[in-house]
Ligand binder design. Structure first.
Ligand code: ZN
Length: 322
């Protein structure tokens, strides 16, 4: 009998990651695409192409495809209603993909997918109450409550990135109508913006030098410079971490989780990001919740969404077979 595989696809606001995954959640073949600025039609073509690439290189039979998409999904109808940072709206994403790929397709919000991966086999394993935040172009979120993914009344719950931390704050990014959401303050997009601002104030810093050399001050470069010890880059990362901690404080007070898992591209900053987040929670959150919560990096790192999407496909296949 051939080894079983599903393909997990994490569709982010900037990047797509796809991988062939085994039932133990080991990743075997990967494909990556940039999706910034694509219209919906082109985006769907790119998604299909990436899945085909993984399928062709896998060598094993692929049984299903799971998608984590950065969309608010109405699970009653399967319609991806809106995406904050991507051109996807009012589309039966799963049906469209199933038809184009000729495989069973399972779709969930990208934050939920990351939460499922971390809960099944990662940093939230064994937890009854766990929160997962993925810090990338935006901030995704997933809730594990009573050991199960929590999706709300119609499937749109867990938008932890749109927790408001400043009532009169700036308009949220993309298609969110809110103001002062933590996503505007602590996403990878915000990290890049703060890094540019700090570079302007500190012309001798590594950040400013990188900017003068014409390099793009996006999240990956800022975290790299921070790890290299550039004080300005460290300041930018710590600011983002502290803001994240303010949002986590509210979540800790509401949910009393055992663990808060941080994933997404920005977690490449590691402790430089997490230490200030923990400090804010320790200072602001209510006892006893604040005293038991662990704030930790995602085990699957930037691949949590992709692995979770594959896990979703395995779970979906089991349900079909039952
Ligand atoms: Zn928002």
């Amino acid at each position: 009998m051939p080894a079983r595989r599903t393909i997990g696809v994490d569709l982010g606001g900037t990047k797509l990651l796809a991988g062939a995954v085994d039932p133990g959640l080991g990743v075997h073949h990967r494909a990556q695409r940039t999706v910034t600025g694509l219209d919906q039609r082109t985006l769907l073509d790119v998604v299909v192409d990436a899945v085909q690439e993984v399928r062709d290189s896998s060598g094993e039979e692929v049984e299903a495809v799971g998608f984590g998409i950065p969309c608010l999904i109405d699970q009653r109808t399967g319609i991806a209603v809106i995406a904050v940072n991507l051109a996807l709206a009012d589309i039966a994403f799963g049906d469209v993909m199933a038809e184009r790929l000729g495989l069973p397709v399972f779709v969930d919000n990208d934050g939920n997918a990351a939460a499922i991966a971390e809960h099944r086999a990662g940093a939230a394993r064994g937890a009854s109450e766990a929160l997962v935040m993925t810090i990338g172009t935006g901030i995704g979120g997933g809730l594990i409550l009573r050991g199960e993914p929590y999706r709300g009344a119609i499937g749109a719950a867990g938008e932890l990135g749109h927790l408001v931390i400043d009532m009169d704050g700036p308009l949220c990014q993309g298609n969110c109508p809110g103001r002062g959401c933590v996503e505007t303050f602590a996403s990878g997009t915000a990290l890049a913006r703060e890094a540019r601002r700090i570079a302007g104030q500190r012309p001798d810093s590594g950040l400013a030098r990188a900017l003068r050399e014409g390099r793009e001050l996006a999240g990956p470069l800022v975290t790299e410079l921070a790890h290299d010890g550039d004080e300005a880059a460290i300041e930018a990362v710590q600011l983002i971490g502290a803001r994240l901690g303010v949002a986590i404080t509210s979540l800790v007070n509401i949910f009393n989780p055992e663990v808060v898992v941080i994933g997404g591209g920005v977690i490449a900053a590691g402790e430089l990001l997490l230490a200030p987040a923990r400090a804010e929670v320790a200072r602001r959150a209510l006892p006893p919740s604040r005293d038991i919560v662990r704030i930790v990096p995602a085990r699957f790192g930037v691949e949590a969404g992709m692995v979770g999407a594959a896990a979703l496909a395995f779970a979906g296949l089991e349900e079909l077979a039952a």
